[in-house]
Design a protein around this ligand. Sequence first.
Ligand SMILES: NC(=O)c1ccc[n+]([C@@H]2O[C@H](COP(=O)([O-])OP(=O)(O)OC[C@H]3O[C@@H](n4cnc5c(N)ncnc54)[C@H](OP(=O)(O)O)[C@@H]3O)[C@@H](O)[C@H]2O)c1
Length: 369
Amino acid sequence: MHTLAESGQAPREDTAVIGREVWPVTYPRGEVRASDFRVVEVEVRHPRPGEVLVRNTWTSVDAALRLRLRETAPPGYFPAFPLEEPMDGIMTVGEVVESRADGFSPGDMVWHALGWRDYAVVEAGKQALGGVGTLTKLDVDVAPPQAHLGALGANGLTAYAGLFHAAGLRDGDVVWVSAAAGAVGSLAAQMAKIRGHRVIGSAGSDEKVRYLLEELGLDGAFNYKRGPLPDLLREAAPDGIDVYFDNVGGDHLEAALGALRRSGRVAICGMISEYAAKEPPHGPGNLMLAVTKGLTIRGFRASGHTHLLPEMRRQVGAWVREGRLHCRETIVDGLPQAPLALAGLLRGDNTGKTLVRIDGGTHRESTVD
Ligand SMILES: NC(=O)c1ccc[n+]([C@@H]2O[C@H](COP(=O)([O-])OP(=O)(O)OC[C@H]3O[C@@H](n4cnc5c(N)ncnc54)[C@H](OP(=O)(O)O)[C@@H]3O)[C@@H](O)[C@H]2O)c1
């Protein structure tokens, strides 16, 4: 860790706490490694009018971070993370320790988008992550704070918007969800199941397949590493599918186009198989099937559906309380381990939502009233 003592700087007068931040120092080539990042000690100031100081307790680890850990992010997406700077735009939850913003008090649990650090000064009302990450007070009676990073947060919104809006789920649809044991995938698969659909899930290990069948109660599941995808999919859904919830892209999307029935729909949520590609990937070789079968292929982003957040939180909160929706977590302890948690997620080591549990520093009381 790079400490303030090493920098030889005298502490600033308005410093509230010495915090730690994880900064990228190089863009990963292929796999993400711990050496692509460093942990830096920083002085975190007291909040000014309209701001709060938050002690972050949990921070999110997301597949899509890989898209921003490169020289340029895909056009239209959130920008690439600059090197040697804090990574702004990662969901996190924490406790307000000082507030100079109306509507927020010390002790409030909140979410915001200044993750991968243990303390953050956050401006109330300032839009972050397209509105998904704007400072928001949490109802922790519904579920523990970290659930607001998963089922009750951006992941829940992604699954909800993708299934019910992008894919326009209809009665009787047979649904395939890829990366179904991951954060978004496990929610999408369960939501479709709760709504009465026949749901097939795919994942990258036999253990995950067992999780999908035995814990999530899916109707079919397969390990995509165990054979040609079109064969595995045909075996799981002999009469074809109506909806494909795509988290993977590449060969998975191609297999889905082959299996979709007439007027089938694809909700493109993400394409994790292509995020670390060195060369621009080719599109599916069988795209003509979209014409012959009259398919609808629709990409979407959670940030385009923030108006659904209250409805999603109400609905998903009820499913969680009733025990109908399960939230498995892969927890990695300690802020400095965040890069390794991301590397593990991209390799498929995770099941459910990947989270880093942060243990904070020591906060000095404010001298500002
Ligand atoms: N559109 C949106 O607004 C939005 C928002 C959030 C996330 N997303 C997208 O949703 C997807 C899931 O993200 P997440 O954060 O929830 O991650 P996650 O599913 O918890 O973790 C990623 C999973 O992808 C699987 N995977 C990795 N490489 C793969 C490959 N080459 N082929 C097949 N599977 C592979 C791994 O599981 P296996 O063991 O099964 O391989 C891994 O567990 C990503 O595509 C992400 O970009 C989109």
